[in-house]
Each structure stands twice: as structure tokens, then as C-alpha cells.
Design a protein around this ligand. Structure first.
Ligand code: 5GP
Length: 196
């Protein structure tokens, strides 16, 4: 890890595991951080703004970016494409900022392959029942997409073993403390091994 540059935190977990609220909390703990804005071909939800939650692209543009090798990682998730632009990540790391990538398991494994110093954390919902409750109360999904998301959740949880750590999001403040603690510890570890 280049000590002048920031570190990458990859955070995955099923929809409804509470990633967004947690991410908002960890900035207080870990310092200057860029929360990566992914590109996606999924339809915009009510209240979303292009360039804020995501950069919304049509499939043709997305495929063009794939061909031009512009993505650090990309994947098809819940029947749409999602991807992280490499240039965004490199720019922020060079500025000395940490980068948080909130991406799915397929993308996370690509990042680990290309940038092995990335810290990979899987965020678990306290239970699948609780996850379903959160998705229903969030009210952003149609019945059919919610079914897909819940089915994918079991498969995703099974893949959590591929991560460096799993954190249970039982209480957002506690989970944020734990997550930030792990990230800082990993940064110190890489720094220590680079100093040797
Ligand atoms: P949502 O559509 O609910 O915002 O996100 C659905 C899923 O896509 C989540 O599991 C999220 O982690 C994942 N996702 C969001 N952005 C990216 C990305 O850039 N790359 C990959 N591989 N997955 C992403």
C-alpha cells in the first residue's frame, strides 16, 4: 500500500442490510473519505438524483465503458448493470482520501483481485426475517423486485466467507464503530508491514 495514498474499504451486504446509514456514520471515524458514486443502468427511484446516489447510464453507454476498460469492477446485479469507474478511485486515492465502495459480491471479488490491499467487509443483517422487514418498511421495491432481492440475499450471505470480515448490523452506531475499528486496524497493519 502506498502510504501517501488512501485505502479502499469494500462494503457489501444484501439490500436492506443498512449499508447506506452505516456509511454515513463512519466518516467521523476514518477521516477524509470518498464514497464512490457508482454507475448503473437500473431505473432511477423516486427521490434519487443523477450524479448523487448513482450516475444513471443507458445500457449502450455502459457497454461502451466496459469495452474501453474504464471500470475497476462491474457486475450484473438484480438484473441491471452496476460499475465503479477506475479513474474516480485512482483520483481520490492519489489525493490521500480513503475510498468506500458499496458494491456487490461479484464486484468486491474483482476489486480484491486488482487491489489486494483493499479491506473487504461484509455487512450482515441480524437475520433474514429482519432483512425482509426492513425492505418492506423501506417501501422502495415492487413485490417482484423484492422477491428477487430476498432470494439474492441468501446467496450473498453464503458468499460472505470470501470477505476479510463480517459485521452484524444490529445497531447502527455499534456496527459503525466496529467497522471503522477494523478498517483502521487493517491500515495500521499494512503500514507496519510496509515499514519493515
Ligand atoms: P441498489 O439498486 O439497491 O441501489 O443496489 C443494488 C445492489 O447493487 C447493492 O447490493 C449494491 O451493493 C450493488 N452495487 C451498487 N453499486 C455497485 C457497483 O458499482 N458495482 C457492483 N458490483 N455492485 C454495485
Amino acid at each position: 500500500m502506498n502510504l501517501e495514498s488512501g485505502a479502499i474499504l469494500v462494503l457489501s451486504g444484501p439490500s436492506g442490510a443498512g449499508k447506506s446509514s452505516l456509511i454515513a456514520k463512519i466518516i467521523d471515524h476514518i477521516g477524509p473519505t470518498y464514497f464512490s458514486i457508482s454507475t448503473t443502468t437500473r431505473p432511477m427511484r423516486e427521490g434519487e438524483i443523477d450524479g448523487v446516489q448513482y450516475r444513471f447510464l443507458d445500457e449502450e453507454t455502459f457497454e461502451g465503458y466496459v469495452k474501453e476498460n474504464l471500470f475497476l469492477e462491474w457486475a450484473r446485479v438484480h438484473e441491471h448493470f452496476y460499475g465503479t469507474l477506475l479513474a474516480d478511485v485512482e483520483r481520490e486515492l492519489d489525493l490521500g482520501h480513503h475510498v468506500v465502495l458499496e458494491i456487490d459480491v461479484q464486484g468486491a471479488l474483482q476489486v480484491k483481485e486488482k487491489m489486494p490491499d483493499s479491506v473487504m467487509i461484509f455487512l450482515m443483517p441480524p437475520s433474514l426475517e429482519e432483512l425482509e422487514k426492513r425492505l418492506v418498511s423501506r417501501g422502495t421495491e415492487e413485490n417482484e423486485t423484492m422477491k428477487i432481492r430476498l432470494q439474492n440475499a441468501s446467496a450473498e450471505v453464503a458468499l460472505s466467507a470470501r470477505y476479510d470480515y463480517a459485521v452484524v448490523n444490529d445497531h447502527v452506531d455499534r456496527a459503525a464503530d466496529e467497522l471503522a475499528g477494523i478498517f483502521q486496524m487493517e491500515i495500521r497493519k499494512s503500514k507496519g508491514s510496509a515499514d519493515e
